[in-house]
Design a protein around this ligand. Structure first.
Ligand code: SF4
Length: 199
């Protein structure tokens, strides 16, 4: 019996991830994402201490579908990441005098960033990166108050945050040779980061 030859997807028309990242940046940079950097998933630093910081000292613990304990434990995360080879780092910049507040202006920025990341994930899927999965910067703010533990109101846009995936963001940036610094004043400009996992 003649065997059917499986033809793999040609991702992004064969232009390569670096060229695709450049093209995607052209679509989004006016919305706050300032850079899209391809990198290897093996450079993502997963650390138990990040999970510890979620469990102790964060007011969002056990209040959101995008944060622990609704998100996977570090061991499971390591197994999930082992199924991916490459990723895109999304870098955005903002000055947020509302950082420690929970107001409409802060939420508008968070929602925009969230939707932008999920829409990039969708574009990548359509370009042939069928395993594309987003980890979004900060926390889901699509609802004023998360419905957790009741059913999510927008399950198609529900994703874990980068931090909830126990990712040491500073350690990962260091590994990638990307300079960053901690914003210590509410008037400082700071960077935020999302990640889209790919294969
Ligand atoms: S969409 Fe709403 S209910 Fe779902 S995770 Fe986000 S804030 Fe929570």
């Amino acid at each position: 019996m003649k065997q059917t030859k499986i033809v793999p997807f040609e991702k992004a028309g064969g232009i390569g991830l670096a060229a695709l990242a450049k093209r995607l940046l052209g679509d989004v940079e006016h919305h706050g994402i300032t850079d899209i950097i391809p990198f290897k998933v093996e450079d993502i630093q997963v650390a138990e201490w990040v999970h510890l910081k979620c469990r102790y000292g964060c007011s969002r613990y056990n209040t959101s579908w995008c944060c622990p304990p609704a998100t996977p434990e570090p061991d499971k995360i390591r197994r999930i990441l082992s199924e991916y080879t490459s990723a895109l780092l999304l870098e955005g910049r903002k000055t947020c005098t509302d950082f420690y507040r929970n107001n409409g202006r802060k939420r508008t920025i968070q929602v925009r960033c969230w939707k932008e990341t999920v829409s990039l994930e969708r574009k990548l899927f359509l370009e042939g990166y069928y395993k594309a999965f987003s980890l979004v910067g900060e926390c889901c703010a699509l609802c004023k108050a998360c419905a957790y533990p009741d059913a999510c109101r927008f399950p198609q846009e529900k994703r874990p945050s980068v931090e909830s995936f126990s990712i040491d963001v500073f350690g990962t940036l260091d590994k990638l040779g990307r300079a960053t610094r901690l914003a210590t004043r509410t008037t400082d400009t700071f960077n935020y980061y999302g990640i889209i996992l790919l294969d």
